[in-house]
Ligand binder design. Structure first.
Ligand code: ATP
Length: 202
């Protein structure tokens, strides 16, 4: 098995890259999807969150109200620590389950925005960073997803910077041009590096 850590700033193009890898047959471990799964109705983490932060973090249908949780959980460091203590072990457990499903010949892509921040790069065979300049990312997020520009810039400012990402990267995919140009780099990476790496270990 080859473990690929895929990361990059908000709106850099991680999902676009990940979809291309999936098309090649890679197994995708999507950190954002896992973070949503563990707080679905019926999951123990959701019950613990409502016990800790109150029922107004729930919608009427019992699902998690994300804005309600954010308002409660990001007010003090203690609240944020409580949120993390409830969610992080579940996320880690489910992530490990996904990796355990991989066979020896699999190339597994860990699509993880906080890969570097959470110190997970050591566990990867190769770290791939998707990069695009901030102005381009903000413009794409505003156009494609209707994200508020100031909000996007605030969130980007709260993330680690490009220098820190480059320092952790084995490969940098440049997404400052067209999607086709990005996908061509993904194809080269898959064929020129990941498949040979995988073939060397099976
Ligand atoms: P997030 O951090 O929000 O999860 P992400 O890193 O997964 O984002 P994508 O969802 O792949 O990034 O891309 C962000 C937006 O930019 C999407 O709407 C995507 O379609 C668009 N996009 C990505 N690459 C390009 C490109 N080269 N040209 C134009 N639009 C692009």
């Amino acid at each position: 098995m080859i473990k690929v850590g895929l990361t990059g700033g908000m709106g850099s193009g991680k999902s676009t890259v990940s979809r291309r890898f999936a098309g090649y047959g890679a197994l995708i471990v999507d950190a954002d999807a896992i973070a949503r799964e563990i707080v679905e109705p019926g999951q123990p983490a959701l019950a613990e969150l409502s016990e800790r932060f109150g029922d107004d973090i729930l919608n009427e249908d019992g699902s998690l109200n994300r804005a309600g949780l954010a308002a409660k959980a990001f007010t003090t460091a203690e609240d944020t620590a409580a949120l993390n203590a409830i969610t992080h072990p579940r996320i880690a457990e489910r992530t490990a389950e996904r990796f355990a499903q991989a066979g020896a010949a699999d190339i597994v892509i860990h699509d993880m925005p906080l890969l570097i921040e959470n110190g997970l790069t050591e566990d990867c065979d190769i770290v791939v960073v998707v990069h695009a300049p901030e102005d381009i990312r903000v413009q794409r997020l505003a156009e494609a997803r209707g994200v508020d520009e100031d909000d996007a810039r605030r969130r980007i400012a709260a993330q680690i910077d490009d220098e820190a990402r480059f320092a952790a990267a084995d490969v940098i995919l440049d997404n400052s041009g067209s999607e086709e140009a990005l996908l061509a780099q993904v194809d080269d990476l898959w064929n020129g590096r990941l498949l040979p790496m995988r073939d060397a270990v099976i």
